[in-house]
Design a protein around this ligand. Structure first.
Ligand SMILES: [Zn+2]
Length: 386
């Protein structure tokens, strides 16, 4: 049992706020109820404790706002609110983060939409993650990466997903830092000092895990796919999903094929009856993210401005983006979103004969094969042409 020092019990609170008489119709019973719910929680579960403490704080401030200044009830309620805030500070942020993911998993398991959970567990998880010390954060992410790897022990995992996870685990040693994003956006970045023969990457983790554990493992799969593809294709620091040395015509055909595959997936999603509202939204988001126009051109321009690629590299990338037309985004995000969705669907236990799932596995397999053959054609040398 985690002791919450200095926070009054329900009985003590009642004594401090005028006792039980004339309480029944007062809004103060909302505070009583929130306090009772907190003390009724089972042991452990620091995420649930955090959410219950926030409920207490909210009930206290609602009551005080309603009553205005003065009175022993208001003073006692203010004191309880302060104690509940202090109790939040006693929780271990890593335990809170992990438990909130489990809590979101539970909500999703009941078929509910975690995006409309009034308690905002995903944003609370993000706040908790920010408070985890850097070394502990990295170690926690090592553990989640291992969880992704361990999905291969699940006999129901489709072989395509099994192969992809194996490929992703092989590049894990290249990701030397996994951290709460420090001033930048989420995602992996090639470390500038290590851009040559010995590349290493920094992973800025998106900890606002809206879909719980499946969201986080899908995010990890997405980012590790960037690393695996960068290695397979010999990409620039922009991490374009194009094999080094490709011609504009090859890139145009590649982008058209990817765009068609995403459109087919959109079509399968439109007629699907299995996904719930939240799942459908997540998949739509990923399909859209994989197909944004001008994306490679924008990245190329930004990277050149920042001195991360040469003017020559930028020209090359802009040429490819132009060749891809509307499907420029598939040259930056495609393999990534496919693998991310593979993880989602496995963890959501989507039927394997679901038409969307069938198409997704085929598309992910084709992308996997393309990376594999690029790796082979690069030969035994790992030299990366600029
Ligand atoms: Zn990405």
């Amino acid at each position: 049992m985690i002791t919450v020092s200095r926070m009054m019990t329900e009985d003590q609170f009642k004594q401090n706020t005028g006792g039980s008489t004339l309480r029944g119709r007062s809004e103060i019973t909302n505070v009583d109820a929130a306090l009772r719910a907190f003390y009724a929680l089972p042991d452990g579960g620091q995420g649930a404790r955090l959410l219950a403490l926030k409920d207490i704080v909210r009930a206290c401030s609602d009551y005080v706002a309603h009553k205005g200044a003065g009175g022993s009830r208001v003073r006692g309620t203010q004191r309880l609110g302060e104690q509940a805030v202090a109790a939040q500070g006693q929780l271990d942020p890593e335990a809170v983060f992990r438990d909130l993911l489990t809590e979101i998993d539970r909500v999703m398991g009941e078929g509910k939409n975690p995006d409309i959970d009034r308690r905002a567990p995903a944003s609370e998880a993000q706040k908790a993650a920010q408070a985890i010390p850097a070394d502990k954060f990295h170690a926690m992410m090592v553990d989640f990466v291992q969880k992704l790897g361990a999905l291969r022990e699940d006999g129901t995992l489709p072989e395509e997903t099994h192969a992809v996870i194996g490929e992703l685990m092989a590049v894990v040693p290249l990701v030397t830092v996994m951290q709460y994003p420090r001033g930048g956006r989420g995602g992996v970045k090639l470390d500038p000092a290590a851009a040559g023969d010995d590349p290493t990457f920094t992973f800025n983790v998106d900890t606002q895990a809206r879909g719980g554990t499946s969201f986080l493992l899908g995010h990890i799969a997405h980012e590790l796919t960037h690393v695996a593809a960068h290695q397979a294709f010999g990409s620039s620091p922009v991490m374009e999903l194009v094999q080094s040395g490709a011609t504009d015509a090859e890139v145009a055909a590649l982008a058209a094929e990817r765009r068609q595959a995403l459109a087919d997936l959109q079509g399968a999603l439109a007629t699907d009856t299995e996904f719930d509202e939240f799942q459908r939204g997540m998949l739509e988001e990923k399909l859209g993210y994989g197909a944004q126009p001008y994306k490679l051109e924008q990245y190329a321009t930004a990277f050149e401005k920042a001195g991360k690629i040469t003017a020559e590299q930028k020209e090359r990338l802009v040429g490819w983006g132009t060749a891809a037309g509307e499907a420029s985004g598939t040259l930056v995000e495609y393999d990534t979103v496919l693998n991310q969705m593979l993880i989602y669907l496995h963890m959501w236990q989507t039927s394997q004969d679901n038409p969307f799932y069938v198409r997704l596995r085929a598309a992910a397999r084709a992308a996997y094969d393309r990376r594999s053959s690029a790796r082979r054609s690069a030969g035994p040398s790992t030299d990366q042409p600029s």
